[in-house]
Design a protein around this ligand. Structure first.
Ligand code: BGC
Length: 347
């Protein structure tokens, strides 16, 4: 009798599941277009998005442009032509022109478009009522990164190894055309100067957001300028910071148990898991969380609202909306033990 009842409940549950599965199969997926899934931060964002989509019962389909303009243009064009239900698309454009073309095409077909990570111009965004941008507060990352360096310098004045009163630093900027690149570096330098810290650039490199490019550039800088001339490395993302750390390790610096004299503080941005691990192991000094989980969460909520025919409101998203833009705040993360010797001296 009891067993039967359980069977009956199970059968009912199956029936319900069955119908929702049919509904889910009929649902047009939310299509997500990435500039490059080779980018460690973007890859992390994509993992968060997949996890959250599953949790919210949203079907997603992901497309990797592999940093190729034409590939992304054709991916978006094809996707729009099969998107019968006007399901929103999520776009991380390879460049601004791609973004603009996608926006125009989406507008023509009444498909909502949610940009992320690479912000289109305000003019473009404002030209379509169903166009949005989800990203991070552009000036905060550089500010937090500088605050971390200022605090590290307070706790460890020996970072200025040659004691000339200047911090000799290398800056790894990232892809020149990206909106975050200049903003992060400008705010970093301004915040440091406002705090009365004197900076001397040893080298300014691009690093292209990539660990291997940054590692090669850093290896070249070390061989040209000498490791002794570098007191600090400031990177506009964690991927490049991790590449730079490899080049430091190749000359005996920043290994987990080195003395403080063989440690150069390296600061990144993003807080991707491998950087958190490097901070935990004490080979990297700090980073600033570029909140990929919150970014993914906001985008899933927005997509779901469109699918359910609900309006996009601040209550629904959990963040303020200004000029069709949702800015997720950053937050700093650090470990100021610069090498084991420093940790021991502090005790
Ligand atoms: C992230 C970088 C990433 C870049 C890609 C930035 O906001 O911090 O890690 O490589 O976006 O567009």
């Amino acid at each position: 009798m009891k067993i039967k009842k359980i069977f009956a409940t199970a059968a009912m549950a199956l029936a319900t599941l069955g119908s929702s599965a049919v509904w889910a199969n009929n649902q047009d997926p939310v299509r997500v277009f990435y500039y490059s899934l080779n980018d460690m931060y973007i890859n992390q964002l994509s993992t968060s998005l997949q996890d959250l989509a599953i949790g919210s019962g949203i079907k997603i389909a992901q497309f990797d442009a592999q940093d190729d303009l034409m590939r992304q243009a054709s991916q978006i064009q094809t996707a729009l032509s099969v998107n019968k239900k006007k399901t929103p698309i999520l776009v991380n454009p390879v460049d601004n022109q791609n973004g603009l073309n996608a926006l125009r095409a989406a507008k023509q077909q009444n498909v909502p478009i949610i940009f992320f990570n690479r912000k289109p111009t305000q003019e473009a965004l404002s030209s379509y009522k169903d166009a949005w941008y989800v990203g991070s507060n552009i000036n905060q990352a550089g500010y937090y990164q500088a605050s971390l360096v200022i605090e590290a310098l307070k706790q460890h004045p020996e970072i200025d190894r040659n004691k000339d009163g200047y911090i000799n630093y290398v800056i790894l900027k990232g892809e020149p055309s990206h909106v975050d690149t200049a903003a992060r570096s400008n705010v970093f330098v301004r915040t440091m100067l406002d705090a009365g810290i004197k900076l001397k650039p040893v080298a300014i490199a691009s690093g292209q957001w990539s660990p291997s490019v940054a590692q090669n550039e850093m290896t070249r800088i070390i061989s040209e300028k000498g490791i002794a001339s570098i007191e600090l490395i400031v990177s506009n993302n964690d991927a490049m910071a991790l590449g730079a750390i490899k080049s430091l390790q190749a000359v005996g610096y920043n290994n987990p148990d080195v003395p403080n004299s063989q440690f150069i503080p390296v600061f990144g941005i993003d807080a991707i898991p491998s950087a958190l691990e490097a901070i935990e192991r004490g080979v990297m000094t700090g980073t600033v969380l570029n909140d990929y989980k919150a970014t993914a969460d906001v985008m899933i909520r927005m997509a779901k609202a469109y699918i359910d025919g609900q309006p996009i409101t601040e209550d629904l998203i959990g963040y303020p909306i200004k000029n069709c833009t949702i800015e997720i705040p950053y937050s700093p993360i650090y470990n100021f033990n610069l090498g084991t010797a420093a940790a021991e001296t502090k005790k």
